[in-house]
Design a protein around this ligand. Structure first.
Ligand SMILES: CC(C)(COP(=O)(O)OP(=O)(O)OC[C@H]1O[C@@H](n2cnc3c(N)ncnc32)[C@H](O)[C@@H]1OP(=O)(O)O)[C@@H](O)C(=O)NCCC(=O)NCCS
Length: 246
């Protein structure tokens, strides 16, 4: 293991997480060479190996930027050097901070879509985020019929045609955010995560595995992080508020 290239510092002002807060950041991922090489210098061997496996250069650069930004933000929350942070990975690939409790208590998740990444941080609660660029998707209705629950599908098909694309990405990001909070990702049946979209906006979990009690342990928020994108976050418990520090 290489030695970190900076002295660990106390967490910076604005980077203190209280247990009832969830911090969310959004960032572009396309950076000039110098900045990118600064990010790359913070990555570990595993991340460099992953970066080199990307077929397209643009995807490689965006991966490096996202991991570099993640390490920078985590470094500020933890008071650690970005290149000194170590990750461990769950059975389905969910990354968490490795090390003593002080570090592991900070939970995070990230999502990228079309040149942007969303990062979420909290303390001692499972968390998942999803970001999707809203884009034409002719197969949306077929995906809903085949993979969503019968209840969701019936409601989706009552939505006027001009509202369906937005509704599809709301459902999708909410489901994926929850599955990322659990760490299962899309290995879990999508129809078992039933989401309710309120008519005036807002989203909630209705049933998980047909169980409304399991759904009530979680909270879900959907939002528009930047125009043209859908975002959602799933967090364990209800007594928290969303903070956009940037
Ligand atoms: C997690 C998953 C839904 C992400 O899908 P996606 O829409 O392509 O990606 P997103 O941009 O939203 O999220 C990717 C980020 O989520 C995180 N992540 C990866 N696996 C995760 C998981 N199982 N749960 C939560 N977060 C996960 C990572 O930080 C990843 O970004 P990075 O590796 O570039 O840092 C998808 O990869 C999946 O379903 N994985 C599990 C399926 C599986 O069993 N895979 C076997 C390989 S171990």
């Amino acid at each position: 293991m290489k030695a970190p290239r900076c002295m660990p510092m106390p967490p910076e002002k604005g980077f203190s997480l209280s247990p009832d807060e969830v911090h969310i950041w959004i960032s572009p991922l396309d950076y000039p060479e110098q900045r990118l090489s600064d990010f790359a210098s913070t990555l570990d061997g595993n991340e460099h190996a992953r970066a080199h496996r990307f077929y397209f250069e643009r995807d490689r650069r965006r991966f490096v930027a996202a991991r570099g930004i993640l390490r920078t933000l985590l470094g500020r929350y933890l008071g650690e050097c970005p290149d000194g942070i170590q990750f461990s990975y769950g059975a389905r690939g969910k990354p968490t901070v490795a090390g003593p409790d002080r570090l592991r208590n900070v939970r995070f998740n990230l999502s990228h879509s079309n040149g942007y990444a969303l990062f979420a941080f909290t303390v001692d609660r499972e968390i998942g985020v999803d970001l999707e660029r809203i884009r034409p998707l002719p197969e949306a209705s077929g995906i809903v019929s085949r993979y969503f629950s019968p209840h969701e599908s019936a409601l989706f098909h009552t939505i006027p045609m001009n509202g369906r694309l937005d509704a599809f990405f709301k459902y999708w990001t909410c489901k994926e955010a929850f599955l990322k909070a659990k760490g299962d990702g899309l290995s879990y049946p999508l129809d078992q995560v039933e989401v309710e979209l309120a008519p005036g906006g807002g989203a909630g979990l209705l049933r998980i595995d047909r169980d409304p009690r399991e759904a009530s342990r979680w909270s879900l928020r959907d939002f528009v992080p930047i125009p043209g994108y859908a975002g959602a976050i799933a967090v364990e418990g209800h007594d928290w508020s969303l903070v956009w520090p940037s």
